[in-house]
Design a protein around this ligand. Structure first.
Ligand code: ZN
Length: 311
């Protein structure tokens, strides 16, 4: 039976330095290091520092090994990185990631576009990478992309998501994260996926969810998932993300907004909201434009009035 009590604690996994920055004009490694160190100081416990993808494909992620070497590792913080293939995984392990993130799309068309191989081929590769990572006792999380919708295949059937999740569980993957890659999820879809995963043997508190706020439903999806017992959510500082070449594309739900939301539900994050907002403002300066996070605008924290002056 679904539980409708919120967890008493929750964990935000910050993805801004990877999912947020990957589509930006490259910023220097030193600036990426400063950003991660600043995020580490806010109380976040999991930070995605970058990806080990070919620099000619994603120039903004070049030098993620130097980022990992340059950061000051705060006690209790897990520094994670994404790898698209075996070569990337080997580089990530050599660079000393605390957790390795892999990705596979439920949509075969999206997987071919993203990773240049079929979903089946990705699953085979994940099995080999899990074997290598387990030798180094590095936990592997697999991000199940297009878990709700796909630009090529439209709405993704929940049964297909669960079937892929079962295959990944059979490979020994420690954690699964379900990504709303194109921001098309709605609260009923989130609830239906949690139902189906619970029926297949998962408990809600084992799951992680990754929402983009493309249609503004990200926070509502988080509330529904938290109500069902999910306590791990990805978020991006300031809502950083999207694509410079795709007008209207948006990033993940903004970390500071999600911290505010989860804390208000009593699912405490342990993150210092004021510090986080300070970091988000620094990121706006770094990339030279305002970020979409709600708490950066029209909020008591900004020092600006809640309502504009005059009628
Ligand atoms: Zn994403």
């Amino acid at each position: 039976m679904p539980s409708d009590r919120y967890p008493t604690t929750s964990e935000i996994r910050e993805v801004g330095p990877r999912d947020g920055l990957q589509d930006e004009q490259p910023i220097p490694v030193e600036a990426r290091i400063r950003l991660i160190d600043a995020l580490s100081a806010t109380g976040l416990r999991a930070i995605e520092v970058g990806s080990f993808i070919r620099p000619d494909l994603v120039p903004a992620m070049a030098g993620t090994d130097r980022v990992l070497a340059g950061i000051t590792r705060a006690p209790g913080v897990r520094y994670r990185a994404l790898a698209p293939n075996m070569r990337g995984a080997e580089l990530a392990l050599q660079a000393g990631v605390d957790e390795l993130e892999l990705v596979v799309s439920v949509s075969d068309a999206h997987n071919r576009g993203n990773l240049n191989m079929s979903t089946d081929a990705s699953v085979d590769q994940i099995g080999r990478i899990v074997a290598v990572a387990s030798e180094g006792v590095v936990p592997v999380e697999v991000i199940v992309a297009t878990a709700f919708g796909c630009v090529y295949q439209g709405t993704i059937p929940t049964a297909d998501v669960v079937a892929l999740a079962r295959r990944l569980r059979d490979l020994g993957v420690a954690t699964l994260s379900f990504a709303d890659t194109i921001g098309s999820a709605s609260p009923p879809m989130v609830s239906a996926l949690i139902d189906a995963l619970e029926d297949a043997g998962w408990q809600a508190d084992q799951l992680a969810l990754h929402f983009h706020n493309t249609r503004g439903a990200g926070p509502a999806n988080i509330v529904v998932a938290a109500q069902r017992g999910v306590r791990r959510f990805d978020a991006s500082i300031g809502g950083l993300g999207g694509c410079n070449f795709s007008p209207g594309a948006t990033g993940n739900v903004a970390t500071e907004d999600v911290v505010h939301l989860l804390d208000s539900l009593g699912a405490t994050t342990g993150v210092d909201l004021d510090a986080l907002i300070g970091v988000a403002r620094d990121v706006e300066t770094l990339i030279g434009r305002p970020l979409p996070g709600c708490l950066l605008r029209s909020s008591p924290w900004t020092g600006r009035p809640l309502l504009p002056d005059g009628p």
